[in-house]
Design a protein. Sequence first.
Length: 460
Amino acid sequence: MARFHEPQHPDFQRLNASIGFDRRLWPQDIAQSRAHAAMLAARGIIATEERDGLLDALTAIEEELREERFVFAAGDEDIHMAIERRVTEIAGAVGGKLHTARSRNDQVVTDLAMYVSERARGAQRGIVELMEVLLRRAEEHLEWPLPGYTHLQRAQPVYLSHHLLAYFWMLARDRSRFAFAEHESGRLPLGAGALAGVNFDTDRRMVARELGFREVAVNSIDAVSGRDFVLDYLGAAATCSTHLSRLGAELVLWSSSEFGFCELPDAWTSGSSIMPQKKNPDAAELLRAKAPRVVGHLAALHGVMHALPLTYNKDLQEDKEHLFDAVDTVELTLAAAKGMIDGVRFERERMSEAAADELIAATDVADLLVRLGMPFREAHGVVAGLVRTAVDGGKGLLALTDDEIIAVCPLLATQRAQFDAVLAQSSWLESKVSEGGTSLERVREQLMLARATLDECPRG
């Protein structure tokens, strides 16, 4: 007699079912089932001919799914049950033996670990491709000056190559985070059963080798209840998306008429429904908007996992939609960022004109006073006074008269030639000789290091 006297309510069936989104795990479930069937036969738990029947059925189902001929039934709660049902339809009663020595608990998390490992590698590939484009564009614009900003106010001049490389190094760290997520998904949960292990002498290491897992999960309870490898992926995705949002924000600003520093490629922009002159940076704007969506998925799964008692709870079904949407979003936005950076046209004259604003050399003037023996805090105040005098007079620092300089700093007036030399634009950039700075010598060092970093990145 069945455990239940009443059928499930249709609304509960809709609430409980995951087939609408977990069907994308079919490649992992087919691969896992093949490895499991082979292991069962190797351990003598099923006969060789039974294994062959199961493998033949799995091959047929794989073709149906790949060609989108697979017919899902009304009772298919998830992709795992759908495949097992179809195995039995094709292979007969032996299909029921496929689930020997495994539970849906360890089956589901194994599929998910395989998926995370694959998509973490995919994210790394997308990141490396974007890093390659950033490096190439930095090399192409090595000596192009533009203003650097703090508080979105012109601060100090930098080279465009230096600015682009900032994103290169952010992405290099993102790649490492996804590599960590890949590593953490490399422990095989299968064999943990529902939570306590299984009643058969299985060979988990054989299955691990077949499926590409690095090792087996040591504790069966941890194996079925843990989703920290998903959190690791989502954490990497959230940080990477945040970095892409900053790139998108700058592309939006830089491509505006107010800045005019670049023009985005037509392929990554759109027009207005009413204003024919518009060229809207929609892709760059979406880089900004997608980031909090991914961060939200990370926060949501932390909420699912928070205070969740061991071992398996249906709450864990909520891991997939957060993961799947984050995967799709990260891979798409990485491709969009690559396309925009690859095709963006920078406006050298406009950037150079903005970088020629003498006021952004104020720190260099303060450093000149330091070299003349003045404490930096005092020099800072002196130069602030010079800037105020220049702004009040509607002129640049170079246009200050000797009398105006004497009124603020007599010491500086005796060094007028050095003062004028510091305000020569090239000196603003080339004076930043510290390691990691924007002088050409240091940027060339960065380019060499970036190339070496890319050469070390796996391409698989």
